[in-house]
Design a protein around this ligand. Structure first.
Ligand code: NAI
Length: 339
């Protein structure tokens, strides 16, 4: 196995998680270079992670001919162009979701990916690498649920992060709640059912955070969808879970049903005190998906070393983005959108 030299762009909320994982947990990989536009993040990379090559420009970083791969954890609006630039330099690419914000750009990126079949391109749909989701997938493949009839997906960020999101939304575009958050559930629904979305109808409100209306963002976004195979899907994304980081998925089949994370439990502890019986909850995404973030990067590096294709492809990125954009359009136009 060769040691894969990785250059990472973005060392923010998620970038720090990936960078720490590459240094401490990912086998056969080295965090060789980083790019950030925030000085303190570069100091952190140098001093805490021991990265020698620290850049403020991504284009400069990928000029380094010793690099094998990039990890893209920059804001969503940069993903398409940074993927394309990396492929042009002959680099393997792991990119955070979404693959881009604009469908035409994404179609071009998918063409570039198709023209570079010898390169591994993996998208950051980390839930596919979570132990519980993998268990459910295996169960479904074994036929335990019979035929899937319905899926219900909740992805609600903790209310402790709401103010920082409001500040973020005032200065940058997230792509909207469906592209920023529901996209993980869209990917899970496609992954579990093996079917594509046919129609979507979305609603949203800002009852919990009226300030978000000023920046065209939603605190709560919900969607009722039908898939090509007839499966009904209900997706709810939010930014105001008072109890922690709530990611819950329900899959109902003709022979049974599965729930994953119906209470976002932190561990196996149950506390019995004057408040009643309390289960501590996981409080943010790095905690809930700690192992999945490590597993997805190990899978990326393995795919490079084994010269295998990634299991989360550019087409997954394109399809999920198409659905998320249709959901946003449905909300804005107050009508059912056909894909
Ligand atoms: P953030 O705002 O905390 O960090 C952004 C990083 O990008 C910073 O290090 C900044 O220096 C860097 N950056 C900004 N502009 C740049 C430029 N022009 N050139 C180079 N670097 C630049 O963002 P956060 O929350 O870490 O999100 C990053 C991406 O990760 C987003 O696309 C988001 O959708 C995705 N994400 C995925 C999650 C998941 O569950 N898989 C969870 C959180 C974020």
């Amino acid at each position: 196995m060769s040691q894969i030299k990785i250059g990472q762009v973005g060392l923010g909320r998620l970038g720090k998680v990936h960078a720490g994982n590459i240094v401490n947990h990912v086998k056969n990989a080295e965090l060789y270079a980083v790019t950030s536009v925030v000085e303190e993040e570069l100091v952190y990379a140098k001093e805490s992670l021991g990265v020698e090559k620290c850049y403020t420009s991504y284009s400069e970083m990928i000029e380094d001919t010793d690099l094998d791969a990039v990890v893209i954890a920059s804001p969503s609006g940069f993903h398409s162009v940074q993927i394309t630039q990396a492929l042009e330099k002959g680099l393997h690419v792991f990119s955070e979701k979404p693959i881009g914000l604009d469908l035409e750009d994404i179609q071009q990126v998918v063409e570039n990916i198709n023209d570079n079949q010898d390169k591994v391109l993996q998208l950051g749909f980390m839930r596919r690498f979570d132990e519980s989701y993998q268990f459910a997938k295996e169960s479904i493949q074994n036929g335990d649920l019979g035929k899937i009839t319905t899926m219900r997906c909740y992805g609600i960020d903790p209310s402790t992060g709401l103010n920082s999101f409001i500040n973020f939304a005032k200065s940058s575009a997230s792509g909207g709640i469906f592209l920023d958050m529901s996209i993980h559930d869209i990917d899970l629904i496609r992954w579990f059912t093996g079917s594509e979305f046919k129609t979507v109808y979305s609603l949203g409100n800002n009852i919990a955070a009226p300030e978000l209306s000023e920046c065209d963002e939603l605190e709560t976004g919900a969607c009722l969808a039908e898939l090509e195979d007839g499966t009904i899907a209900y997706l709810l994304a939010g930014r105001n879970a008072q109890h922690g980081y709530h990611v819950e998925t329900e899959i109902i089949g003709t022979e049974g049903m599965i729930r994953i994370g119906n209470a976002p439990e932190k561990n196996l502890v149950t506390l019995y005190d004057k408040n009643g019986v309390v289960r501590p909850t996981s409080s943010h995404f790095p905690e809930r998906f700690k192992a999945a973030f490590i597993n997805e990067l190990n899978a990326f590096v393995n795919a490079i070393n084994e010269k295998e294709a990634s299991t989360v492809t550019g087409v997954d990125g394109l399809k999920s983005t198409e659905v998320a954009i249709a959901m946003q359009k449905s909300f804005e136009q107050k009508k059912i959108i056909k894909l």
